[in-house]
Design a protein around this ligand. Structure first.
Ligand code: ATP
Ligand code: MG
Length: 393
């Protein structure tokens, strides 16, 4: 059977009322963006509170579905067959062929559910349900009607043309990107931060990213890996403006002046400060990290107090209560895992202490940070000057 369109289903929680059209328009925009990358021409339109994707040329069905499955806000994708209104018999014939093509095994129950959006159609919905149901039973005596819990819910929508659909392919859910403001993701080459970015983007938030690069201690390959990860996340989140900041001199200064067991914490405090600075300049409303309580020494509750203290913007940590295995599962599902586990270190071992503090004392950290006074302001300013903007899509 040749599908010629898709009916897009979206979750309606939170989008009722006056903001609904904003949500729908953003969703249409994101669908257009996603399908631009597919072969074929598509018309996306909103009709009576429903969004349809019409194919206006030949297209690759699997490719189109795959791209739609990356659009946040879509809860289900229904492949639709259009029939010209050329009499009820023609409709019955098409429905019979539809069943044969879409359900090779017809030992199933079904129910016809007709909706008349065009009221001048000669049969009422109930009549369509009954008469079309009969035609199907005649064609396939092995099938049975079940009006309560059918295996197949055959939808018939009477519009200018008649739409037939029954399957719902799951979408990613969430809210269309762009409906929720913008936030700055601290993106490393690890497993966690790409997942964190994905999760916040899923709530409709546009993502910018910052990566702290420390050449020659971290390689070009490590940077490329971060770009690759941003590209995978951008398949869901749309174009990502990735800022690459040269962090080497700051790291060296911390390494030279501060106690080694506090290196990571102090380093993370400078990352947060710089990320917040860029976030404010780019109108981001928050920061995002891949932290999860207790995963490493720098992510205990005490350590998080220390990293959190230096910024005023909210820090979103969507993985905070996730086990590593749960994070891995999401990263496999969204396709970042294979790239994340490539062996290019995102941080040189000389900057990692053997016994990092797990309960840093804020006053002690602040005191040790003062060892950097007189040079750190200049180093931060210079680091900000190295900002290399890579637009990833
Ligand atoms: P990830 O897998 O995301 O790298 P991780 O378990 O390695 O996380 P850390 O290295 O402690 O954890 O980093 C915690 C968070 O800090 C990361 O999730 C990320 O948001 C941010 N981060 C760490 N290193 C960098 C970096 N080089 N550039 C940008 N952000 C970073
Ligand atoms: Mg890391």
């Amino acid at each position: 059977m040749k599908f010629t369109a898709f009916l897009i289903k979206y979750a309606e929680i939170g989008i009722k009322g006056r903001n609904r059209y904003l949500f729908e328009d953003a969703l249409i925009h994101q669908i257009k963006f996603a399908l631009k990358k597919c072969e074929g021409k598509f018309l996306i339109h909103k009709t009576q509170g429903r969004i349809y994707v019409d194919a206006e040329s030949d297209f690759d069905y699997d490719e189109a579905v795959e791209h739609l499955q990356h659009v946040f806000g879509i809860s289900g994708i229904c492949p639709v067959v259009y029939v010209e209104d050329e009499g009820f018999e023609k409709l019955c014939d098409t429905a019979v062929t539809y069943m044969a093509d879409v359900y090779p095994d017809r030992n199933k129950t079904f129910k016809v559910q007709a909706r008349r959006a065009r009221k001048n159609y000669p049969k009422e919905s109930m009549e369509i349900n009954r008469d079309l149901g009969e035609a199907l039973l005649q064609a396939y005596p092995e099938m049975q009607v079940d009006v309560h819990e059918p295996d197949i819910l055959l939808n018939i929508e009477i519009r200018e043309k008649i739409y037939i659909y029954s399957e719902v392919i799951p979408g990613p859910g969430g809210m269309p990107v762009g409906t929720g403001g913008k936030a700055m993701l601290l993106l490393s080459g690890g497993i966690d931060s790409p997942v964190a970015g994905y999760m916040i983007a899923k709530r409709g938030v546009k993502i910018d990213a910052v990566y702290f690069h420390a050449p020659p201690y971290t390689s070009e390959r490590a940077k490329q890996k971060v770009v690759d990860l941003a590209r995978i996340v951008s398949r869901y989140a749309g174009p990502i403006y990735l800022h690459v900041i040269n962090f080497t001199d700051i790291q060296l200064a911390i390494h030279e002046k501060c106690p080694h067991e506090e290196l990571t914490i102090i380093m993370r405090r400078y990352m947060m400060r710089i990320a917040e600075h860029i976030a404010r300049e780019t109108e981001c409303l928050g920061l995002i990290t891949g932290e999860s309580i207790g995963q490493v020494a720098s992510q205990t509750m005490n350590s998080l107090i220390a990293t959190n203290e230096v910024c005023e913007l909210p820090v979103y940590r969507p993985l905070i209560g996730f086990d590593k295995q749960e994070i891995v599962e999401v990263s496999e599902r969204i396709g970042t895992f294979e790239t994340s586990i490539q062996p290019f270190e995102d941080c040189c071992t000389i900057f990692v202490a053997k016994h990092p503090v797990t309960k840093p004392n804020l006053n002690v950290i602040r005191r040790h940070e003062h060892h950097l006074d007189g040079q750190i302001e200049e180093l931060v300013r210079k680091a900000l000057e190295t900002d290399e903007l890579i637009i990833v899509e």
